[in-house]
Ligand binder design. Structure first.
Ligand code: B12
Ligand code: SF4
Ligand code: SF4
Length: 279
């Protein structure tokens, strides 16, 4: 079952017609990584205190979609979508605003393919006789204001952490085997499979700043000083990444006003851009 799901998701992402960027003449996303967490993983309950009581457990997410009492046991499938080299490369040179490639990926890559992959997971599981919901794609998905800034009721990075796909970092970004310049999506299903192991000793292990007491290069990459040795100022970041200037920039490049340009300078031209930098 696991092999079939992994193979199908890889094929879907690599062959989907919308996973093609004329500007770079290449894909938006390269081959994904797919891993599995048990819905019983105690981390999901811990997230109620780590993130906020609004954050859903897999059972709550599943039952929000399919109704109370529908979930007994199951699995959370988490997918890492690595950004293509050409998009990453274009953003490495940037100092203030993201490159055209990065900004247009927000509209035509992130804006379409993250959710499409989630929907594909749902359809794939349905075809195998199981129910599945990708919370990020659901009509009831929402963000909320937590005590530390904007958060959501289904944090893809925390889900990926539970599936053993990587860890967090100084700037909050999730560092996977394919680095930080990745996007994430997941689904909860009532299919039960053997979960992947959590290899990390703690939730910061893949970041050089915490593991080796060095680096901090992302601090200097941030154009609005939203990153310091104390961490990431989400409100400063939010204003820059999705503020009015970012929206205007996205439109000037031919992208969508609503999605804005993003930024991601802290995800490119850094040692964790496309790999785990901790040897
Ligand atoms: C709200 C949001 C934002 C907010 C807040 C970000 C944040 N840090 O939470 C703002 C607007 C600032 C933002 C900015 C960006 N975002 Co955003 N955003 C989201 C969204 C919608 C929800 C995030 C969420 O729920 N956060 C919850 C809070 C609680 O997370 P946190 O504070 O980082 O968590 C900390 C604590 O839990 C703490 N902690 C303390 N004790 C413990 C114990 C344990 C065991 C653990 C695990 C953790 C822990 O460690 C964590 C890290 O410091 C997600 C999509 C999704 N549904 O997940 C995308 C998402 C996080 N964004 C993404 C991206 C790409 C961006 C941008 C690069 C913009 C762009 N596209 O150009 C910037 C990058 C900013 C940065 N340095 O991270 C990607 C992340 C990819 C990655 N590799 O990390 C996501 C996952 C979208 C996606 N589907 O791929 N974003
Ligand atoms: S650039 Fe360095 S300090 Fe910043 S997240 Fe990456 S490894 Fe950690
Ligand atoms: S996304 Fe941009 S504004 Fe936000 S922390 Fe990273 S570099 Fe700074």
């Amino acid at each position: 079952m696991k092999t079939k799901i992994i193979t199908e998701i890889k094929e879907f992402v690599l062959n989907d017609k919308q996973n093609w960027f004329d500007l770079t003449n290449d894909r938006f996303f390269d081959e994904p990584i797919v891993q599995f967490a048990s819905a019983d993983n105690t981390l999901f309950a811990d997230y109620k205190s780590i993130i906020g009581k609004e954050h859903l457990t897999p059972k709550e997410a599943f039952e929000t979609e399919f109704g109370e009492g529908t979930f007994q046991k199951g699995t959370v499938i988490s997918v890492v979508l690595p950004l293509n080299e050409k998009i990453r490369e274009s953003n490495r040179k940037q100092k203030d605003w993201p490159s055209k490639e990065w900004a247009l990926n927000r509209t035509f890559g992130d804006g379409i393919l993250i959710k499409k992959t989630g929907k594909h997971l749902e359809e794939l599981l349905a075809g195998m006789g199981y129910k599945a919901v990708a919370p990020y794609t659901a009509g009831w998905f929402k963000t909320f204001a937590s005590s530390t800034g904007p958060a959501s009721i289904w944090s893809e990075r925390h889900i990926a952490y539970a599936a053993g796909l990587g860890t967090f970092s100084l700037n909050d970004g999730f560092i996977s085997e394919k680095g930080m310049a990745v996007r994430l999506i997941s689904a909860v299903t009532d299919l039960v499979v053997k979960p992947d192991k959590q290899a990390a000793k703690n939730h910061h292990e893949n970041c050089l700043f915490y593991s080796k007491n060095k680096c901090g290069i992302c601090i200097g990459r941030c154009p609005v000083n939203a990153i310091t040795e104390k961490g990431h100022d989400k409100l400063k970041c939010l204003q820059y990444v999705y503020g009015e200037d970012s929206r205007k920039l996205a439109v000037s490049y031919g992208g969508d006003l609503k999605n804005g340009s993003g930024c991601g300078l802290c995800q490119t031209n850094v040692p964790c851009e496309y790999k785990i930098p901790v040897a």
